[in-house]
Structures are given as C-alpha cells and as structure tokens.
Design a protein around this ligand. Structure first.
Ligand code: GRF
Length: 198
C-alpha cells in the first residue's frame, strides 16, 4: 500500500474534511490519497465543497434504515473506490462492531475533547461545567466502544475566563484542523511501510 486510498466520512459541515483535503492539495508530499467523501446525510454541507475540489462523493442515507443495511451500502461504496483507510470527520452515525472490526487499524476519528475525558456529545459545554483548565481534541483509532480506541494524537487549549461552549469550540476547532491532517499523515505513512502495522 503506497499512499493509502482514503475515504472521509462526514455528516454535516465538513470543516475537518476541508482541512484534510487542503493538506493533500498543498503538495504531492501528503502521504494519503483522498479518493471519496461519503455522507450519511444528503444535506451535509461538506459534500459541495468536496465536489468542488474534484473529489468523488457518495450519499449513503442512514435515516430510517437498519444499521446493517446502511453499512452494507457504505461498504459497497468504499469497495467501489478501492478504499484502504477511513477518516471519520464529524460522522454522526455509530458503526456496528462487525463494520469496525473489518476496518480495525484502518479507521480513525477526531473527537473534540482530551479523551478519555468527555466521550460522546456536547463536549465543550460539559468541559466548562466540569471546570477543567484545559480542553482539546483527540485523533484515535476507531474501536467498537464509542470514542474508546487507541489514541494517536492530542492537542490541548486553555479554557479562558468568560468562555462559552461556542468560544471554546472555536478554539478547539483551530487545533482540530492542525491535528487531524498531521495524525492521519503519520498513520498513512506507517500503513504504506507496513500494511499490517496498525
Ligand atoms: C468536530 O468538532 C469533530 O471533532 C466532531 O464533530 C465536529 C465536526 O465538525 N467529531 P466538522 O464537520 O468537521 O466541521
């Protein structure tokens, strides 16, 4: 596997997806090829941006379907594009254990907290309510437990006096956009050298 063929899965805004695509577009040295952006929601704003960048897109609707039916179609789309590595970027659908196992070591996620703190949703409001001095983001391999896989990289930001969930989220997001392309690049390089590594 040289430059792993990589899919980005989104559900909404897609700002992390844009950061990944920008890193790859910045020069030929980026060690992953983004070959597909797939969304489980037709109205995900990130889809238009990906298409404008010339990246193939796919919509695999998850609403009103069983997880198994959804994942079977998703797997077909991934296979059709010969995907070898998956980056979840604001992908809001929990994946089943069989799907996660199939992609073990080759599927990563970015989560807006310093895991293992604040798994799940509303991380910024919960961090403020807990009174922590630092908050941040984590890139981790995906395992069957939600937000529980091995940590690949983290970035911290200070919580400042007067912070709201929005201001804190914005400060964390700046770090997400730096951290994710760098962490994914390291994993892609490792996989390119040794496909059985992760
Ligand atoms: C990010 O904060 C990411 O960490 C979390 O969901 C948010 C998605 O934002 N998993 P975007 O769609 O990448 O802009």
């Amino acid at each position: 596997m040289s430059r792993p063929r990589t899919a980005i899965l989104i559900s909404g805004r897609g700002s992390n997806m844009m950061a990944l695509l920008a890193a790859a577009a910045a020069g030929p040295a980026y060690p992953a090829d983004f070959v597909l952006v797939a969304s489980n929601r037709a109205d995900a704003a990130g889809l238009a941006h990906a298409a404008a960048q010339g990246i193939p897109t796919a919509i695999v609707e998850s609403r009103g379907r069983s997880r198994e039916a959804f994942e079977a179609e998703l797997q077909e789309a991934l296979a059709a594009h010969r995907v070898e590595l998956i980056a979840l970027a604001g992908f809001m659908r929990v994946l089943t254990a069989p799907f996660v196992s199939r992609w073990q070591g080759r599927m990563v996620n970015i989560h807006p907290s310093l895991l293992p703190d604040f798994k799940g949703l509303d991380t910024h409001a919960r961090a403020l309510a807990a009174g922590v001095a630092e908050h941040g983001c984590t890139v981790h391999l995906v395992s069957p437990g939600v937000d529980e896989g091995p940590i690949l990289a983290q970035a911290a930001v200070p919580v400042l006096p007067g912070d709201t969930a929005q201001s804190l989220a914005a400060r964390v997001l700046v770090e997400e956009h730096r951290l994710y392309p760098a962490a994914l690049a390291r994993l892609a390089t490792t996989l390119a050298r040794d496909p059985g590594a992760a």
